[in-house]
Design a binder for this molecule. Sequence first.
Ligand code: FYN
Ligand code: ADP
Length: 598
Amino acid sequence: MSSVIEKSPATRVAPVATLAETGVQAAAPVVEQQQEQLTDGFHLVIDALKLNDIDTIFGLPGIPITDLTRLAQAEGMRVISFRHEQNAGHAAAAAGFLTQKPGICLTVSAPGFLNGLTALANATVNCFPMILISGSSEREIVDLAQGDYEEMDQLNAAKPFCKAAFRVLHAQDIGIGIARAIRAACSGRPGGVYLDLPAKLFSQTMEAEAGRRSLVKVQDPAPRQLPAPDTVARALELLKGAKRPLILLGKGAAYAQADTEIRELVERSGIPYLPMSMAKGLLPDTHVQSAAAARSYVLAEADVVVLVGARLNWLLSHGKGKTWGAEPKKFIQIDISPTEIDSNVPISAPLVGDIGSCVSALLAGMGSGWQKPPAEWTGAIAQRKDKNLSKMAQTLESKAFPMNFHGALGAIRKVVQERPDAIVVNEGANTLDFARSIVDMYEPRKRLDVGTWGVMGIGMGFAVAAAVTTGKPVIAIEGDSAFGFSGMEVETICRYQLPVCIVIFNNNGVYKGTDVNQTGGADPAPTVFVKDARYDLMMTAFGGHGVTATTPDELGRAMREAIASGRPTLINAVIDETAGTESGRITNLNPTRAATKK
Ligand code: FYN
Ligand code: ADP
């Protein structure tokens, strides 16, 4: 164990100075007590994380974990300190998604814990492995409700929003507590885990050797789960008979890091595929079998749909209704969570297991002579794709001034095409929805966005995590409203000098900048912002590079300079304030208002 503390003995060996040196008869040398080596809660937490190859903590110092952050850094861990725990939590979750190791978010008690809870819940919903570790107040006081500093029963508050929640009261249990949290976060369906560490735990000491022995190196935290052979046969039988098959790739397929197997399944079967937003790049979006530009058509017309790490939730209209056409569908579902099967509609051929094992089993069963889908199916898709692609191409050359979404995203699209290794973070309403279909991705796990919940505020946390875990350039494509949720982390990005280029789509409001206060009163409408705000000055305020772009050429140039320099950069992209629709492409989710009173 690297971090051992020496318990200073009651007496110590005094160097015996000679009479000549001191003129005084030297005291008899004291026999040195055996120096007992101790460790403490602080060091045990750090050693347990390091033992499990966790080298980074995303957090925010404060009582009772400030010294833990200092010691962790002193012991060689990377401690990324944020301005708000929600952003640290989002960073931990994104790190989990990118690395398959649980991202660690460390917060203070009560309010800091609560700030981290949104990210913990979002990680759980999105199946990202993350551990929220929070200091907490003393059990004996909390349980008697005697009013401790930041008193809160954090363990029970966390439980509804995570896969598992644990509390450790004794130093000798820290090793097993962290091991349990790691396994809970990574095994099966990944997700968020809460670990509660009361303040008194950190200063508890124990004999160093016993402490070392109490630590647990988690063996195989996410064991492979193989599908039953009969389920593979059933799925292949169904797929063989399909006239209009479709493969639907979800973010679970991206997380699984079974990239080669997934690509082989698509290409060997010849089946068209549709990527959900965070699965983009598993195969390049320009791939001939991509049906992304014919989404409505393939969802409505497919007769057999293979779900690979994708849930039939709201993003897929729950697998029913007009999105899915009139003809009944047959679903094959690959998922590690058995209870996900039949969540919305009956699944004809469930394949329960990890995606790598399931896809490999399908490939083994397909053999080499697999019959490709009928040409009328793939031809019809190509026709619709071409129509949408050419319609889109025209909009991307827009030279409208002020810029509209398409003109700006047309410039970004070219930059990402030049730098397929860059990681794109994307949030907003119109900024999200237009970017999703305009900015092609070419490599797996290069797009991080609002995910299953459509959460605003993931931007800067995800951008920090992407830069810290990969070292690659990060392009954060941000709606001006979305950026507002985590904008203070611009200082964090500058403090760590991260290669993050933030592009803010500044159209002066949540959806657009033209709403007015119906009463004619002095207050602005609830959905508008300060007109022509200079977000770029926020970046220069902290030593980064800030610039305003009013044309696609200016935007493209500034992005290329940012990526080449590796400097934190914020580009304030001025967008026509009349552009955009309420809630982007999910306007339909807004409740319809009765006719307003005259
Ligand atoms: C897609 N499309 C394209 C392309 N890609 N056309 C041309 N070129 C390219 N590259 C077409 C696609 O075929 C569809 O047209 C259309 O563009 C939209 O495609 P998209 O965006 O993939 O699909 P859609 O219908 O929007 O998907 C539904 C959805 C999506 C719910 C999955 O809207 C979504 O993920 N929304 C997330 C919203 C969210 O969380 N927002 C946060 C809000 S918070 P057709 O096939 O002709 O239909 C505050 O507001
Ligand atoms: P999307 O929104 O992109 O469709 P979802 O988040 O809805 O993706 O679905 C992801 C699914 O992937 C979840 O049901 C989850 O259980 C599953 N999943 C995550 N990792 C794996 C894995 N390694 N193997 C199999 N299924 C996985």
